[in-house]
Design a protein around this ligand. Sequence first.
Ligand SMILES: [Cu+2]
Length: 145
Amino acid sequence: MKSKSHKLMAIAASVFFTLLMASAAEAASLTIAPKGEQLLFDKTALTVKAGEKVKLTLNNTSGMQHNWVLVMPGTADKIAQDSITAGAAKGWLALGPNVLAHTKLVDPKKSDTIEFVAPTKPGDYPFVCTFPGHAMTMKGILTVK
Ligand SMILES: [Cu+2]
């Protein structure tokens, strides 16, 4: 009887541990970097699940400053323009309701890791670097499934 309850406890612990591992695996882990010294990201397409926890690292391997800014569909150009107006003191980023997540402005050879919750509504969400002159080409799409 005693060994049976021990066995049950061991099974319960194993089930609990498996569930714990499964929930930890739910968080998406993404890494992005500039493409050398070009005004491009090394990835133009990222995918996450709706509403999941996302950990994103911008690894700035270049000699320029960059950021990674996730925005509402259709607002990338406006935010890029407003970010130039915002100026260096604001880290070249105009915050507002259409900015869904962002890294800081990352200095050359530094990185920044952020955590955010993916949009709950599936769709194609643009990401850009809002450093002046970069957003035209330094951009991509985060697909939320
Ligand atoms: Cu940039």
